[in-house]
Design a protein around this ligand. Structure first.
Ligand SMILES: Cc1cc2nc3c(=O)[nH]c(=O)nc-3n(C[C@H](O)[C@H](O)[C@H](O)COP(=O)(O)O)c2cc1C
Length: 161
């Protein structure tokens, strides 16, 4: 993004106290993203959208993205379930939105907890097989489309001029 002549600020909403979250008013535009767990956005990302919804109803350019399992099998479904749904819930105006594939880090050095790993394997094993996805059940499976993600960031930057 810096290459596009803008100065991005990255904020991990989960690791920052809510009182310290920046205001969208201090930026030309805001990209908000989340991983999806049990069909839900991360609580903090959803709260951020909710508390700033007035800004994100046309006043401030907003881009939304998710990383989720559904996107690797059916991108259109993922866009509907996890992006169009939240846009409708909060009445947002999103200049751009996209669903990207998941990271299934099942390796020993994964940040994913034991229970999450078990839940993911139990809930998804059948659909992985049906979709013909090759999953290393003890490894790091990165299905995020990095070229498309970069392109998405560039396109968002280009509308901020
Ligand atoms: C416990 C658990 C539940 C998940 N539930 C869903 C789901 O309901 N729908 C989906 O598309 N992906 C689901 N996923 C896949 C995640 O969205 C995917 O791994 C994503 O890359 C996680 O991003 P994060 O690590 O930033 O949270 C789930 C993953 C885990 C571990």
């Amino acid at each position: 993004m810096a290459k596009e002549g803008i100065e991005p600020e990255y904020v991990n909403l989960r690791k920052t106290r809510e009182g310290k979250w920046p205001s969208p008013n201090d930026f030309d535009g805001v990209l908000v993203g989340s991983g999806i767990k049990i069909a839900k956005w991360t609580k903090e990302a959803e709260s951020f959208l909710k508390m700033n919804k007035d800004c994100f109803q046309g006043k401030k350019p907003l881009g939304l993205f998710v990383s989720c399992g559904t996107a690797v099998q059916d991108k259109e479904q993922a866009r509907k379930d996890y992006l169009e749904a939240i846009i409708e819930t909060f009445g947002l105006t999103a200049a751009m939105y996209e669903a990207f594939g998941p990271l299934y880090d099942l390796s020993g050095s994964s940040k994913m907890g034991f229970l999450d790993k078990r839940m993911l394997k139990m809930a998804s094993e059948k659909s992985w097989e049906e979709a013909g996805l090759q999953i290393d059940k003890n490894g790091r499976n990165d299905f995020r489309e990095w070229e498309q993600i970069e392109e998405f960031g560039k396109q968002f930057a280009s509308i901020l001029e």
